[in-house]
Design a protein around this ligand. Structure first.
Ligand code: SF4
Length: 480
């Protein structure tokens, strides 16, 4: 038996992605996978950003009734509006069997209302956000609210955090999306009947097989259920075929070979004073050095605390460890892109970085010109050569079905260096988990023993990346 208002904003967004997702959400919620720790962390950040947004409306009143008290929340919202409240948080409305809660409902001077949706994002993304604000506008207009403005409040990437409490007026910006939201609202009514038909059906809706829509714009919580019984492809004993020209290129590299990998974080709310929302901050490097005689050594660096921007120390320690002889081997353009960014950001280390990696010069000069700075003199041609092991050797040089769609290091490792432990055996198995671990490690409230545990896990994760590169290099060189 469906309730009087079985539809909500989140159910509408689920239906848009896939009718089966809506059906399962209503009838078989128990089949959903609980949110991952990174998804939970994103919710938590979203909650903090919501609190910051409310701080911009002093005197605002929160409708405290929860999701299961929707009728009471609607009634309380109605009374607050009638009694002259200027700003209402979590304002509740129902129309056409759809219920919504509005992050902030703000009374305008002309007597109309502004609907404010708060998102932990840096800009209005039409695919994700238009249906979100559009259905809210549809319900409010249908409920008789004079919606005159619709805004998306989000983080402002231009804000440089000086440290201390975040300034809600500076860290957040507002984008006026009134026109597209009201246009969209006019299209929602025709969808409601379709959604109700899905819910009232005795059978789940037939949908196309699993495809990209299951992961975009949001990862579906029923993905594990819908893919049950589908085994990952097993390539058995298929042997990779290596192109001899890739092997020749690898053999021509100048020793020592310096295998590097960086880890970055790009938190919505800056972690380090002097940085901005979503700015990628380099927090860790790992370096394996392979000499011509086969000697292998390892060096590493990981941020210690969040007192200041760690990137000057990141770069200075890396340059000390790299030296200026040999070849910097990376697995994708990621490392060189970040080095070029650092050359622009850190003028005190620019000359030294360009002397060490002269191949960065043209990119750095172009970036400096873009921001109106004078590029430095070209560095001497000596210094480190660079080589992209992933693109130049694995993608172009290795044929294997497991690498047909991706040539990532995590896909290449079991094919080319199966003797190394898999990433899944590490305490930190992927980049998402690494970002979470860095955030937790830098949190002053984290106990020391937990911090030490996270630090060790992060070091081993980044070390695995560069060791995997060494082993992939050795496997390819030894293959012909
Ligand atoms: S996993 Fe894909 S097919 Fe299954 S409910 Fe989710 S979106 Fe629909």
């Amino acid at each position: 038996m469906l309730s009087d208002a079985p539809l909500s904003k989140s159910r509408y967004l689920r239906w848009l992605q896939c009718p089966l997702r809506l059906y399962l959400d209503v009838h078989h919620r128990e089949l959903a996978t609980p949110p991952s720790s990174s998804a939970q962390a994103r919710f938590d950040v979203g909650h903090r950003i919501g609190e910051l947004a409310r701080a911009r409306y002093p005197g605002g009143v929160l409708v405290t009734e929860g999701p299961h008290e929707h009728a009471a929340a609607v009634e309380r919202t109605r009374r607050l509006m009638a009694d002259g409240a200027r700003d209402i948080f979590e304002a509740a409305f129902t129309h056409d069997r759809v219920k919504v809660r509005v992050d902030v409902l703000h009374r305008l001077d002309d007597g109309g209302w502004e609907l404010v949706e708060v998102k932990s994002t840096s800009r209005f993304d039409e695919t994700k956000h238009l249906p979100d604000v559009g259905i809210q506008a549809y319900v409010l207009l249908g409920a008789g609210v004079a919606v005159r403005r619709v805004s998306l409040m989000h983080l402002d990437k231009r804000y440089v955090w000086p440290g201390g409490p975040y300034d809600p007026y500076a860290v957040l910006a507002s984008t006026d999306v009134t026109r597209p939201a009201l246009d969209y609202a006019r299209t929602v009514g025709s969808h409601v009947a379709e959604m109700l038909a899905v819910l009232e059906s005795a059978q789940p809706p037939a949908v196309e097989p699993i495809d990209a829509r299951c992961l975009t714009p949001y990862e579906c919580e029923f993905h594990a259920y819908c893919t049950r019984g589908i085994e990952p492809e097993d390539f058995g004993e298929v042997v990779p075929v290596v192109d001899p020209s890739a092997v020749r290129r690898l053999r021509d590299l100048r020793f020592p070979l310096l295998f590097v990998d960086f880890e970055t974080v790009n938190p919505a709310l800056p972690l380090f004073p002097g940085t901005s929302p979503f700015e990628p901050i380099k927090v860790q490097w790992s370096l394996h050095r392979l000499d011509a005689d086969g000697t292998l050594s390892h060096a590493e660096w990981l941020v210690e605390d969040a007192k200041c921007d760690p990137q000057p120390e990141f770069l200075a320690t890396l340059l000390d460890a790299l030296g200026t002889e040999g070849t910097l081997v990376h697995y994708s353009p990621f490392e060189l892109t970040h080095l070029a960014d650092l050359a622009v950001r850190l003028p005190a280390l620019r000359e030294r970085l360009l002397a060490a990696v002269p191949g960065l010069y043209r990119t750095v000069a172009a970036k400096l010109a873009e921001v109106g700075s004078t590029p430095p003199e070209p560095p001497p041609a000596r210094g480190l050569a660079t080589f992209d092991l992933g693109r130049e050797a694995v993608r172009r040089g290795v044929a294997h079905p497991a690498l047909a769609k991706t040539w990532s290091i995590k896909a290449a490792l079991p094919v080319l260096a199966p003797h190394l432990p898999p990433y899944s055996s590490l305490a930190i198995p992927d980049g998402d988990a690494a970002m979470l671990a860095v955030t937790e490690m830098l949190d002053a409230a984290t106990p020391n023993d937990r911090r030490a545990e996270l630090r060790e896990a992060l070091l081993r994760y980044c070390e695995q990346d560069t060791l995997a590169m060494v082993e992939i290099y050795r496997a390819l060189v030894g293959s012909a």
